[in-house]
Design a protein around this ligand. Sequence first.
Ligand SMILES: Nc1ncnc2c1ncn2[C@@H]1O[C@H](COP(=O)(O)OP(=O)(O)OP(=O)(O)O)[C@@H](O)[C@H]1O
Ligand SMILES: [Mg+2]
Length: 263
Amino acid sequence: MLLEIKDAHVHYGKIAALKGITIEVREGEIVTLIGANGAGKSTTLKMISGLRPLSGGSVLFEGKDISKMPGHKRVLAGIGQAPEGRGIFPGMSVEDNLHMGAYARRGDASKELKEVYELFPRLAERKSQAGGTMSGGEQQMLAIGRALMAKPKVVLLDEPSMGLAPMLVQQIFSIIKEINRRGTTVLLVEQNAQQALQIAQRAYVLETGHIVKSAPAADLLDDPAVRAAYLGGDLGEAASAGTPPKDATVTRTDDSPEGDEGN
Ligand SMILES: Nc1ncnc2c1ncn2[C@@H]1O[C@H](COP(=O)(O)OP(=O)(O)OP(=O)(O)O)[C@@H](O)[C@H]1O
Ligand SMILES: [Mg+2]
């Protein structure tokens, strides 16, 4: 098992955000975590990357208890995260932002840089542009690209499709699939449950700090309760939700609302 979260509790002051959740991620998988606003999805990722301490339970990575390991060491151990609010250095070029992702690891990162540019040609086109002047969608790509520069064994993605134009949403899901195909395990948090369930092997449903369901992703796509709560209910509507209209011509990517950083 690559990553095991056992009976994890996380508090914000006296408020319990995670009330004993258990999640397992095997090497090579895409696992998705779905749930309503405030369910605890981002908290779960922060707990895994070491940004929020546990108040109970444990996190194991490659069989080793990392519950007390500081965040920067978890990055070195192989846990990558595209941080909340994207964490771009606004005054640095795109390429320097990417190099920052490999900084802690040291050594030559030219191979990783080439791979990131392959995955995100947009970043290659704009490698000299200041990070802060990239569009919302482009910054999202930059944040994911930077996480990949550290050569993580597992990458934690918190709503990578948020704020993206429909065509870019499709693109980001294919890129996640490609990242996985190239050997990185993925733990994916998404509001866009339909698409997340389509690319994931397994899924967990989180409700107010509890895991209420865990199943193969394909089963959840057919689960009436999941459909009603997270997939817009109606079968026909949800089934076509993944396909943008034929005449959708989306060329701009800078329509990401700036107020979405808090998730
Ligand atoms: N810094 C904080 N201080 C206090 N409470 C917090 C803090 N961050 C999150 N919470 C609370 O913890 C709970 C879980 O929040 P979390 O951000 O993990 O939810 P989420 O599932 O990611 O939601 P969303 O889909 O809206 O991003 C929420 O009730 C939230 O209000
Ligand atoms: Mg969130």
